[in-house]
Design a protein around this ligand. Structure first.
Ligand code: NAD
Length: 496
């Protein structure tokens, strides 16, 4: 077998060997075969990357670049991603086991992230404020922050990195990315493409490695102006505390336990597809997974029959194959975590309607787990309250809209929610009453870089996507210019 490739950090526009000379192995989760060795970053590597990003931020080649030109670079990067879409999609599938079909879909829309912020780059500006004193010109300016740290998870590495990178660059910052230790390869390639697009060396840096060894030093680095994090709620909480202690901002996109609510007036075949897509697409390894299905008792059996039949027919196998519908979980611990939760559910009294077993993916040898449906559950059980991040669905019946709202909102999370109904008024009522940053009606998992999103409760802080997120990557300056020629007023009569 050939030696696995070795991946270095990408610092100051160059592949850079790790300071400690150490590497870690990444494995193909479908086959458990070694994929590559990646640089094992530490505080010294982070310091080098922040230093390179600081130099790039202060370099007139970046600092004085017009906003229009910044837009051109983002457009070029989007175009390069489109040209390399197939290569990038395969890289991600080999790394995290998600279906090639799904990663191709993500890569088909990824250029839009850069094209959208390319269009926005020359529209970032302040205002002139009409204060009560007409002799004073008061205006605001939106300035970049400096070096932004981006820490990302493994489930959709390029998409989740781009949600941060595109607006951060659009606003004139430079960036240090610490991708997940499970998926280093595609983000390193993205940094190379950014250089090729014309971003100056040091504008985009990547340090690979583990959370405690590379992520924590990035959050703690005094040269960092902002941290943008996507990952679990537990890690997000630690990062937010560290950032607050240093008075830098943090944008956090965290976990979820999203309700997908099916009313008696829904189109049941459509709703069943939406439920299956919500939890079994991506093997449930998505923050917005519709992992709790709330279904009106009168349509409970019909919906469950359809969802169960589709779940049992899901083709498990090699994620590179066009016909595969469910790939492996991304790594061994993740599979063990999912299996552990299903065992816990059994102990709590849940009944496994289908699934509930680990498999080797038809002889591939990877970390697969069957699509699993749990019934006889209630909202107090841990399998219903905690994020599993796998293909495990809990089904809860309800009798009234009021009860559906109560169960849906009875969670620490508030990332997303789905509603299936043919009643326009009910759709609006639910959208109004659900405590979730994103509400989908008669669809699920729809997303666009144009549409701002925010996790409520422990699912996040701050906004990603859309024009709104630019505020997360800029600071506001207020400038007062006295245009009058009168002498400055007596200081002891000035207003406080
Ligand atoms: P994780 O929190 O374990 O790791 C995320 C990243 O943080 C990784 O790069 C990791 O190395 C790093 N990290 C870990 N400890 C750290 C520390 N102490 N300091 C700094 N960095 C540290 O999450 P994960 O398992 O990689 O991803 C799954 C989680 O991400 C799920 O909870 C999921 O819901 C969430 N997620 C949220 C969104 C969203 O948009 N809300 C999207 C995708 C995933």
């Amino acid at each position: 077998m050939p030696e696995p490739t070795t991946l270095q950090h990408f610092i100051g526009g160059k592949p850079t060997a790790p300071a400690a000379g150490e590497y870690f192995e990444s494995t193909n989760p479908a086959t458990r075969r070694p994929l590559y060795r990646a640089a094992r970053g530490n505080a010294t590597d982070i310091d080098r990357a922040v230093t390179a990003a600081t130099a790039a931020f202060e370099d007139p080649r970046w600092r004085d670049l017009s906003q229009t030109r910044r837009g051109h670079l983002l457009r070029r990067l989007g175009d390069l991603i489109a040209e390399h879409a197939e290569e990038l999609a395969r890289t991600e599938t080999l790394d995290n086991g998600k279906l090639l079909r799904e990663m191709r879909g993500q890569l088909a829309t990824l250029p839009e992230y850069y094209h959208y912020y390319a269009g926005l780059a020359d529209k970032i500006h302040g205002d002139v404020i009409p204060t009560s004193d007409r002799r004073v010109l008061n205006y605001t300016a939106r300035e970049p922050l400096g070096v932004v740290g981006a820490i990302t998870p493994w489930n959709s590495p390029l998409t989740l990195t781009s949600s941060k990178l595109a607006p951060a660059l659009c606003a004139g910052n430079t960036v240090v990315v610490k991708p997940s230790e499970h998926t280093s390869a595609s983000v390193l390639r993205l940094a190379e493409l950014a250089l090729e697009a014309g971003f100056p060396p040091g504008a985009v840096n990547v340090v690979t490695g583990f959370g405690a060894e590379a992520g924590q030093p990035l959050v703690d680095h005094p040269g960092l102006a902002k941290i943008s994090f996507t990952g679990s709620t537990a890690t997000g909480s630690r990062i937010a505390s560290a950032a607050a202690g240093r008075f830098i901002g943090s944008t956090l996109e965290l976990g979820g336990k999203s309700p997908n609510i099916v009313f008696e007036d829904a189109d049941i075949p459509n709703a069943a597809m939406g439920v299956v897509a919500g939890i079994f697409a991506a093997a449930g390894q998505t923050c917005i997974a519709g992992s709790r299905v709330l279904v009106h008792r009168s349509v409970h059996d019909e919906l469950l029959e359809r969802v169960t039949a589709r779940a049992r027919a899901i083709r498990i196998g090699d994620p590179l194959e066009e016909t595969t519908e469910l790939g492996p979980l991304a790594f061994a611990d993740q599979r063990d975590k999912v299996a552990g939760y299903v065992d816990l559910g059994r102990e709590e009294g849940a009944r496994v309607l289908t699934g509930g077993r680990a498999t080797d993916g038809g002889g591939l040898g990877g970390w697969f787990y069957e699509p699993t449906i749990l019934v006889d559950v209630d909202n107090s059980m841990r399998v219903v309250r905690e994020e599993i991040f796998g293909p495990v669905l809990a089904v809860l019946p309800f009798d009234t809209e009021e009860e559906a709202v109560r169960i849906a909102n009875d969670t620490e999370y508030g990332l997303a929610a789905g509603v299936w109904t043919t009643s326009l008024s009910r759709a609006h009522r639910m959208a109004d009453r659900l405590e979730a940053g994103t509400v989908w009606v008669n669809t699920y998992r729809a997303m666009s870089p144009m549409s701002p999103r925010q996790g409520f409760k422990t699912s996040g802080v701050g906004v990603e996507h859309g024009t709104e997120t630019i505020k997360e990557y800029t600071r506001l300056k207020s400038v007062w210019i006295n245009t009058g020629e009168e002498p400055v007023a007596d200081p002891f009569t000035m207003r406080s």
